[in-house]
Design a protein around this ligand. Structure first.
Ligand code: HEM
Length: 434
């Protein structure tokens, strides 16, 4: 699917958000061998919270914002309502991120609320932009509803996170801090990130494998409704101090929603018209498996006495963040970044001379080796968290290898931003924008 003329935002705007995402991931990976032991020993210590947000806000949040600015107008076939605002919001986002990170890592607690507030302003603008696009879209499908719900979960999750930041300064939440932290984590990870990733996956997998028409809108929508309502019930249940059973029921709703989504994506793959194994596919399969395991763990955790004090909770958060979300981001990034940079550099040359094919812009074998190494670390560390394996910093070697190989490919792709690469063999332009 080619973007319709007039829908695209100047490419440097999403690219800036994506750059922050890549750099944050690199920083997070470099720190992993030192932080992983502390994460297990003292998950709520300030350095660990700072390290976690380098991944969740710095990498995942920035990537969602950057990719949304570029892809949502294409998916909904409406122009992005505020490209200039998205441009300067980047400065708010990065200043907010730096201040928030310094606040936790250096324990300058007075910086937490200002940093969080800047991040929140950007998330609110993002939700308003998505709402405006969904409102004016000619056709609202399951993807649109996923993105809309997810964007408002980001705002709610931020509101709760802001209260948590404040309580670190003046203790306003008192003894309720721990359950409210649970509401923040569920709202951000399940409500914002998982819903966004599933919505985006339906669109992207359809485009990459020519299976767009195979998506059953009703089943995709049902899955989204289950996940969103489960998240809402958990957040409301925690905030209103409800009994435990509605929360456990809600974790079941989320798990069923995730399984439905996975079945739908599996069906799209089976019925795809482009039969070759695309680079994103092994990443997507690993990510969906990680998501499924984490969703099942969520049900078990909801039965624990103090869920946030359980090793299983840390393991589930670890698996969903590193084994599902980051893996999906890595896989999709191969496709999205090559396509966007190809459009910028080679679309004006198409038909006038030789241009490279998309998969010549990176090394597929390195992408797969990187995925294998990453997966090894994710599993070994998860098993250490549940005390099946001893905890060694060496387990992080796979994260480093996976990260280095991914960055090697990202740099290879990014070089095309600055003009045609002479060493790439001349071939006709790609058949379609996938
Ligand atoms: C955007 C603004 C955000 C703010 C203001 C914020 C705020 C906070 C605060 C203050 C805490 C620490 C609570 C404590 O004192 O223990 C926290 C913890 C946490 N947040 Fe956020 N957060 C934000 C975004 C996110 C996102 C996007 C995610 C996930 C996708 C996330 C996931 C977590 C997790 C997993 C923890 C627990 C960390 C640990 O145990 O070490 N947060 N958040």
């Amino acid at each position: 699917m080619m973007p319709r003329a007039g829908l695209e935002v100047p490419l440097h705007i999403p690219a800036r958000y994506m750059l922050v995402a890549v750099l944050s991931l690199l920083g997070w990976i470099v720190m992993a061998p030192w932080m992983i032991t502390e994460t297990i020993a003292a998950p709520l210590s300030y350095p660990v919270i700072s390290w976690v947000h380098l991944l969740t806000v710095g990498c995942i949040g920035s990537m969602i914002l950057g990719a949304s600015i570029q892809l949502v107008p294409v998916a909904l076939q409406v122009p992005f309502p505020a490209a200039r605002i998205a441009g300067w919001s980047w400065f708010l986002w990065i200043i907010g991120l730096v201040i928030f990170e310094i606040g936790f890592s250096r324990e300058v607690l007075s910086l937490l609320v200002p940093g969080a507030t800047l991040l929140g302003i950007v998330l609110l603008l993002y939700a308003l932009a998505i709402t405006q696009m969904v409102r004016t879209a000619p056709h609202r499908d399951a993807v649109a509803w996923h993105l809309l719900a997810a964007s408002w979960f980001a705002v709610i999750g931020f509101g709760i996170g802001w209260m948590l930041a404040l309580t670190n300064v003046n203790g306003v939440l008192g003894g309720r801090m721990l359950p409210i932290l649970g509401a923040h984590i569920i709202c951000m990870i399940v409500g914002w990130v998982v819903l966004t990733l599933l919505g985006v996956s339906y669109k992207l997998i359809g485009m990459f494998t020519l299976a767009e028409r195979q998506l059953n809108q009703r089943r995709a929508l049902a899955s989204g409704i289950l996940i969103a309502s489960g998240t809402l019930v958990i957040v409301a249940g925690i905030l209103l101090a409800s009994p435990r059973w509605p929360i456990t029921l809600a974790t079941l709703l989320i798990s069923v929603g995730v399984v439905l989504a996975i079945l739908e994506i599996a069906r799209m793959y089976r019925k795809r018209m482009r039969k070759a194994i695309d680079v994103h596919m092994p990443f997507a399969i690993v990510a969906l498996t990680g998501l499924n395991v984490s969703a099942l763990l969520l049900v078990i955790i909801s039965l624990e006495d103090i869920p946030l004090a359980s090793n299983l909770t840390i393991t589930a958060i670890w698996l969903v963040l590193t084994g599902a979300i980051i893996v999906a981001i890595q896989g999709f990034f191969y496709k999205i970044s090559t396509f966007l940079i190809w459009l910028r550099t080679y679309a004006p040359l198409a038909g006038k001379g030789p241009v490279p094919q998309l998969d010549q812009m990176y090394r597929k074998n390195l992408a797969y080796i990187g995925l294998g190494a990453w997966l090894f670390s994710v599993i070994a560390i998860a098993l250490s968290m549940v005390e099946i394996l001893p905890l060694w910093s060496w387990w992080c070697a796979g994260l480093w290898i996976g990260g280095v190989l991914w960055c090697f490919n990202v740099v290879r792709i990014s070089r095309h931003w600055f003009g045609p690469r002479p060493q790439i063999s001349a071939t006709p332009q790609p058949r379609s924008a996938h």
